[in-house]
Design a protein around this ligand. Structure first.
Ligand code: SF4
Length: 267
């Protein structure tokens, strides 16, 4: 595989306009920019490198259409993608659209997903959201946040994943990995996932917003791990401002597989 030279980041820019930007404008509340220790050029460089690694990153959840994606994401709450995939292979072979899922019924859905945590409640939600899709949307998954969040078992995070992966929107679903990275790297500090999401969307340069969600999840899952970040394997080690980092030398920048680097469960 080709490797790429890592360019020197642009020098830090003065943020003299930050105060002015925080001033309330007529009719709109003041919106503060997060205090982050990176220049615009450094943030651009962070995402450029993640983009070189995986130009077209993919979800690790297996799905065949927007409906199976939605169900897989609902099932993935407090479960690993690997565990969800094991259960959904047979479930989706039996039902890959709302009418078939509704016909399958709660008992059969529960039987298919019983290896996943919270499976009883999730089986109820999968049935209820299938019925709701049939009743309200003609069996189609809506490309609309409010309509998605009105479905049983669907919250902001699930809606963000579906809008991003199925419909190409520039949304960012903050899971445990993205929440950790946003705070650890001081890239988008926040006390809640919503705060981190809002702050990340403020700082991520536009060309990178579409795939930032997957880049950050994969980086957090396989490199910047919760307990022991593997800084020597990190392509942004020279730019990173995390207190826990153990190396300033960036790893070689080269393209990686679009999904997980190894066939193992490490979440
Ligand atoms: S240098 Fe270490 S702490 Fe910083 S992003 Fe890379 S793995 Fe995480």
């Amino acid at each position: 595989m080709m490797s790429e030279k890592i360019e020197k980041p642009a020098p830090a820019v003065k943020r003299s306009g930050a105060k002015a930007a925080a001033k309330p404008s007529r009719g709109r509340p003041a919106r503060r920019r997060p205090k982050i220790p990176y220049s615009a050029g450094e943030i651009e460089e962070i995402f450029r490198r993640l983009c070189v690694q995986r130009p077209e990153p993919q979800s690790e959840l297996e799905y065949t259409n927007p409906f199976t994606l939605l169900v897989a994401v609902v099932l993935s709450a407090q479960a690993t993608d690997v565990g969800v995939n094991k259960a959904t292979r047979k479930l989706f072979a039996a039902a890959d659209h709302p009418a078939a899922m509704a016909a399958l019924g709660e008992d059969a859905i529960r039987e298919h997903i019983k290896t996943i945590g919270l499976y009883r409640n999730k089986a109820k939600n999968v049935l209820a959201l299938s019925e709701a899709l049939l009743a309200r949307h003609g069996g189609a998954v809506p490309a609309d946040r409010a309509a998605l969040e009105a479905l049983p078992g669907v919250g902001r995070k699930t809606a963000n994943v579906v809008l991003n992966v199925a419909f190409g929107e520039e949304t960012l679903a903050v899971d445990t990995h993205i929440f950790r990275l946003g705070n650890r790297l001081h890239l988008a500090p926040g006390k809640t996932p919503d705060e981190v999401e809002e702050n990340l969307l403020k700082v991520i340069p536009q060309p990178y917003r579409r795939h930032a969600h997957h880049w950050l999840i994969l980086h957090g899952r396989y490199v910047c791990k919760a307990r022991r970040p593997e800084c020597e394997a990190c392509v942004i080690a020279d730019l990173c401002r995390a207190e826990v980092k153990t190396s300033d030398v960036p790893a070689e920048l080269r393209p990686l597989p679009p999904g997980p680097p190894l066939p193992r469960e490490t979440a």
